[in-house]
Design a protein around this ligand. Structure first.
Ligand SMILES: Cc1cc2nc3c(=O)[nH]c(=O)nc-3n(C[C@H](O)[C@H](O)[C@H](O)COP(=O)(O)OP(=O)(O)OC[C@H]3O[C@@H](n4cnc5c(N)ncnc54)[C@H](O)[C@@H]3O)c2cc1C
Length: 359
């Protein structure tokens, strides 16, 4: 039988989340090997305890009452690089810091992940919500995801198709109790050109093909300016990143949103509202724009919580607050957007420890 690592009681999840919020875990284990992970899953199964898989805690909103179950912190480390013809296969185990993986790929001259620099958290969580930024998403470069199937504790290799990726979405996000991501393998391009799809990134360069490392540095600069890098000295970065996803709507809804925006005097002509046509004919709206135009200004403060001074989509905990305060603010923001534009914002982070969806 595999050895079970030490179980710790009374761990406050506020110390393991980027928001610095959330109550205690009933039990907490750190696993560094797959055998330990299996032992921890068996332990929870025998006792009928719910399980929370914990990466870097940068996409979690944990209830003030904590989590009545076993938190398994995933600490399996290791990175491996292999060549396959013109492609470099980079494998990172789940517990590696995501930004360290990106930094390593850029240092090796491998194109494909450079725009994902500075996203907090661990490598194993990146497929969960198909992390993306500045024109790149992990699904574009994923070759395979190695998982542990929780139904039988067997390992499986999943193709990107099997992961059912979407915008900030995947099978792992929709069915959180099915798999543990053990490692992710990316197919990267040695000596490839950086991606400059995102206009503010492209505009920062006068030359057409800046090096991968210059692009990484610029991405980090842009993220820092928006407090989207975890930085203990920046109070606006104490968040879960974007609190809402960008709404995806059909054309009829878009026209209705535009009509309401003109009627409310928010815009004079329809091209003043940012929106992006997707390949499937639907339209992506900019949640941050909707929030600000609904009257919620950046830097809004409500006691211990508020809206980031640098990014209307990020809700921030300034210290000494409760998750309930943050959720009350989130509900308010959502109601204002609904009232003005008729659009329902959906939360991006994973809610933990609630009996019913709190939003
Ligand atoms: C300042 C800031 C900026 C951010 N910017 C971005 C951004 O630009 N783009 C973006 O997409 N996201 C962004 N995020 C959100 C967040 O960083 C990502 O979602 C990240 O991938 C979460 O990783 P984590 O390790 O912290 O996961 P956690 O928050 O620990 O977990 C998130 C979810 O994944 C599950 N999970 C974690 N590890 C595994 C695993 N190995 N197997 C199965 N399930 C697992 C957890 O159970 C949970 O449901 C930002 C967050 C912050 C705080």
């Amino acid at each position: 039988m595999d050895a079970l690592p030490e179980i710790v009681r009374g761990v406050s999840l506020s110390e393991h989340t980027s928001l610095g919020l959330g109550g205690e875990a009933e039990a907490y284990i750190t696993v560094r090997e797959v055998a330990e992970l299996k032992a921890a899953l068996r332990y929870a199964e025998r006792r009928g305890m719910p399980v929370l898989l914990l990466g870097g805690g940068s996409n979690l909103v944990v209830a003030d009452g904590g989590f009545a179950g076993l938190v398994i912190a995933l600490g399996m480390r290791g990175v491996e690089l292999q060549r396959e013809g013109d492609v470099a296969l980079l494998t990172a185990r789940a517990g590696e810091s995501w930004d360290a993986v990106v930094e390593y790929s850029v240092g090796e001259g491998l194109a494909g992940l450079e725009c994902l620099s500075g996203i907090p958290g661990l490598a194993g969580a990146t497929p969960v919500q198909n992390v993306g930024a500045y024109g790149q998403e992990v699904s574009q470069r994923l070759r395979q995801v190695d998982v542990l199937d929780r139904a039988n504790l067997e390992r499986r290799c999943m193709t990107p198709e099997a992961c059912e990726f979407g915008y900030r979405d995947s099978l792992f996000k929709r069915e959180p109790e099915r798999f543990v991501v053990l490692s992710v393998t990316f197919a990267l391009t040695p000596g490839g050109a950086p991606s400059l799809r995102y206009a503010p990134l492209r505009d920062a360069f006068t030359d057409q093909t800046p090096s991968l490392s210059r692009v990484r540095e610029q991405v980090l600069r842009l993220r820092r300016a928006k407090s989207m890098l975890l930085d203990p000295s920046d109070p606006n970065s104490r968040s879960a990143g974007s609190f809402f996803t960008n709404p995806i709507v059909d054309r009829t809804t878009l026209n209705e949103v535009l009509r309401r925006a003109v009627e409310a005097g928010v815009i004079e002509s329809v091209d003043e509202m940012p929106h992006y046509a997707l390949d499937d004919g639907r339209i992506k709206l900019a949640a941050g724009w909707l929030i600000e135009r609904a009257g919620v200004a950046k830097g809004t403060r409500r006691g211990a919580v508020g809206v980031s001074a640098h990014h209307a989509l990020a809700l921030v905990h300034h210290g000494g607050g409760r998750t309930a305060d943050l959720l009350a603010l989130a509900r308010d923001v959502r109601a204002k957007v609904r009232e003005r534009f008729g659009v329902e914002l959906l939360p991006e982070p994973v809610m933990v420890g609630f009996e019913r969806a709190p939003l």
